[in-house]
Design a protein around this ligand. Structure first.
Ligand code: BDR
Ligand code: CA
Length: 306
């Protein structure tokens, strides 16, 4: 697996899940501007991997803005650092001296088997990779991305943050012809970091457990302030979990398109669940999750850390 991300509180948990579960091999982590600026998301990815003791996993920084337009970060949700809450002052491994898309190209070329790309931020890096190096298509097993919704959005009424931040990139990815799985808000809002879950993280009695608890405590405050929602949805780890254990997430096949021109709906994910448009199926769309089993998988991975 290669993870492209913008940590981000939920990205951090996704990285801990991927690095902590022995069923998968995390080949590399690439970063993109989104929740915060690229320098901050990159630093945060390095910090989380250091916390996980996974400093051998290469990290490369990618695009510092969407393909078109300006970047709007989500400081209201993730704070000024992108990972506000815990003290994450840990020594980190150096960042790779290549652009994210070059690291992805190399990892894909070197892998004996096709690789799953998991995208947890705006799809800028992934789109640029597919356009710049079309030869990598055959090396990509599938792309699983957290983004969009079959219902309403969280950044605009119909737009979810990762897609709204770079709709053109999302459009390139959904029209790539590669096997795709969309993990949208309709599913991620079913896994919420309740006080009991935060208590479980504390109860692991480890530094990583405490960091997870502190991350989710900050995230809970942000969701309460911004959405009036008591327990925050834990979006990004769902994308990793569905690769680890496909039985955790129920999907349906459907046509998926990105709205690029809507007056009020730019960045919406248009999912034709009932096949009314005659468009061809191009994605697996997550529609359900085994929430309790998801939390057991995440807790087990985090409990492996000291
Ligand atoms: C997505 O946006 C980001 O704020 C989160 O990290 C997640 O990837 C949820 O809309
Ligand atoms: Ca993210």
């Amino acid at each position: 697996m290669i993870i492209d991300c913008d940590p981000g509180h939920d990205d951090a948990l996704a990285l801990l899940l991927a690095a902590g579960d022995s069923r998968l091999r995390l080949l590399g982590v690439t970063t993109v501007a989104g929740n915060q600026t690229l320098d901050k998301t990159t630093r945060n990815a390095q910090r989380i991997l250091a916390l996980a003791g996974a400093t051998d996993v290469p990290v490369a920084a990618g695009c510092d803005r969407p393909l078109l337009g300006e970047l709007t970060v989500a400081a209201d949700i993730h704070g000024t650092s992108g990972l506000d809450g815990p003290d994450l002052d840990v020594p980190v491994a150096p960042v790779a001296d290549v652009h994210a898309i070059e690291l992805m190209r190399r990892l894909l070329a070197e892998s004996a088997e096709p690789v799953t790309l998991v995208a947890l931020g705006p799809l800028t890096n992934v789109a640029l990779l597919l356009r710049t190096h079309p030869q990598v298509h055959s090396r990509v097993r599938r792309i699983v991305f957290m983004g969009g919704s079959t219902e309403r959005g969280n950044t605009t009424p119909y737009g979810e943050f990762n897609i709204v931040t770079d709709p053109e990139a999302a459009d390139i990815v959904v029209r790539s012809g590669l096997p795709l799985t969309m993990i949208g808000l309709n599913v991620t809002h079913q896994v919420r970091a309740t006080p009991e879950i935060i208590g479980e993280f504390h109860g692991l009695d480890s530094r990583t457990g405490r960091v997870c608890a502190e991350l989710m405590t900050f995230f809970a405050g942000a969701y309460l302030r911004n959405f009036g929602l008591a327990d925050p949805p834990v979006h990004d780890p769902v994308a990793v979990a569905c690769v680890l254990d496909p039985a955790l997430v129920q999907t349906v096949t459907a046509p998926l398109a990105i709205e690029l021109t809507g007056t009020y709906t730019r960045g919406a994910t248009v999912v034709d669940l009932h096949h009314r448009t005659g468009r061809a199926d191009n994605a697996q769309i997550a529609v359900g999750i085994e929430a309790e089993a998801f939390w057991r998988t995440l807790m087990k991975a985090v409990s492996r850390y000291t």
